[in-house]
Design a protein around this ligand. Structure first.
Ligand SMILES: Cc1ncc(COP(=O)(O)O)c(C=O)c1O
Length: 385
């Protein structure tokens, strides 16, 4: 085997296209010179349709968690009442960040592997009887592979409260539809290393006008992640308050170009096809899926495994076929493995993953599965060509 051909199918980081690597290789520029403002403005405005944002998207040097912390620290003050919808490990992380900033956190805990329904949120908000400052939700809960119904949850939040609606879109923005204004989203954050086809290191924050007012008034202690600084720097000089990750922002410019060339609606459709191919393929070889079709994300699929076999399957895929998948997190550790199929991912990649899983099961369990998953997936692809 060619050992340099490694196939990264974790739910982040994800493969980076060659043309994005090339774009990142451009000579360094100073962020107080003439070139950087043009670059940042170009990226911040071209990302607006991808985030469904009416305002330019703010860019911060940091991982996805810094985007979550930005969302929390710019609106949450000590003793504020906040609701966090927890559908898995990343909802749990959002709740922990809110706690770190001194909020009274009300966790709406949902069984892992399920989405939060609008009724569940409505009932919870009614029963809580608190003046809630913000409701936090995770769009794609990467640890389980559910895609929460953000449009409906946003509606319920707006109908039942005056709260801001804050959404973690780290593992799906760039692959799914979203409209901040229409869906009632006040803050939408994401990271670079998932559907946005970049290496790790950029955090993206989109805000509504309403969120902006809260951010201006918010008294919480923050410095590097103070959005007022990013807003003022962007508005005055189209720059960032601190040294930006210039190379990654060049990469983001190329990503915008790629999304525009394919057409964002086609990007969304491609992810639907990838999801369907993965799911029918795995079902054809009787691998149980953690999430139902209607609740599943188009970016990541979690597969349940018996005993400790997820470790064995992952190891064999890695050692024999150079395919890296994700494992289970927290309470799902050892119980699932996860396939990332987002960003720079094609139907051919899905066939590669499925055929390697077939060969792995054939070797491990002597199961007669060769060609079974791939055939079903090919049929789905053909229906969509
Ligand atoms: C939904 C979600 N939120 C937040 C994060 C945290 O991002 P990072 O690991 O870049 O800090 C992740 C990372 O996997 C994620 O999937």
């Amino acid at each position: 085997m060619l050992l340099d051909q490694q196939f990264l199918f974790t739910p982040g980081p994800t493969p980076v296209p060659n043309r994005v690597y090339h774009a990142m290789n451009q000579p360094m520029i100073g962020h107080r010179g003439n070139a950087f403002p043009k670059l940042l403005e170009d990226v911040s405005t071209r990302l607006m349709p991808v985030f469904g944002s009416l305002l330019p998207v703010l860019v911060i040097a940091g991982s996805g968690t810094s985007a979550l912390e930005t969302a929390v620290s710019n609106v949450v003050e000590e003793n504020d009442e906040v609701v966090v919808i927890v559908t898995g490990a990343f909802g749990d992380r959002l709740a922990s960040i809110c706690e770190a900033f001194g909020a009274n956190v009300h966790r709406l805990n949902i069984e892992w592997g399920k989405t939060c329904s609008p009724d569940q949120l409505e009932d919870y908000l009614k029963s809580l009887q608190k003046n809630v400052k913000a409701v936090f939700a995770t769009y794609c809960e990467t640890s389980t592979g559910v895609l929460n119904p953000i449009l409906e949850l946003g509606k319920v939040t707006k109908q039942s409260t005056d709260a801001l609606f804050v959404v973690d879109g780290v593992s799906c923005i760039g692959a799914v539809p979203v409209e901040m204004e229409e869906w009632g989203i006040d803050i939408l954050v994401s990271g670079s290393q998932k559907a946005l086809m970049l290496p790790p290191g950029l955090a993206f924050v989109a805000i509504s006008e309403r969120a902006r007012e809260t951010i201006e008034k918010c008294q919480s202690k923050r410095f590097y992640l103070d959005l007022n600084k990013y807003l003022s720097s962007y508005e005055k000089e189209k720059s960032t308050p601190f040294t930006p990750a210039v190379s990654l922002i060049y990469g983001a410019q190329e990503v915008c170009q790629m999304i525009e060339e394919e057409g964002f609606h086609n990007v969304i459709k491609r992810h639907q096809v990838l999801k369907d191919m993965v799911r029918v393929g795995l079902e054809a070889i009787e691998l149980p899926l953690l999430v139902s079709d209607s609740e599943a994300s188009p970016t990541v699929t979690a597969v349940k495994t018996a005993d400790d076999s997820s470790k064995q399957i992952k190891k064999m895929l890695q050692d024999k076929f150079a395919i890296t998948l994700g494992g289970g997190q927290k309470r799902l550790k050892g119980e699932i493995f996860r396939i990332g199929h987002m960003g720079y991912c094609t139907p051919f990649d899905v066939l590669k993953i499925l055929s390697s899983i077939e060969m792995t099961l054939h070797e491990l369990d002597r199961k007669q599965v060769l060609g079974v998953a791939t055939k079903r997936a090919q049929e789905v692809w053909l229906q969509n060509v």
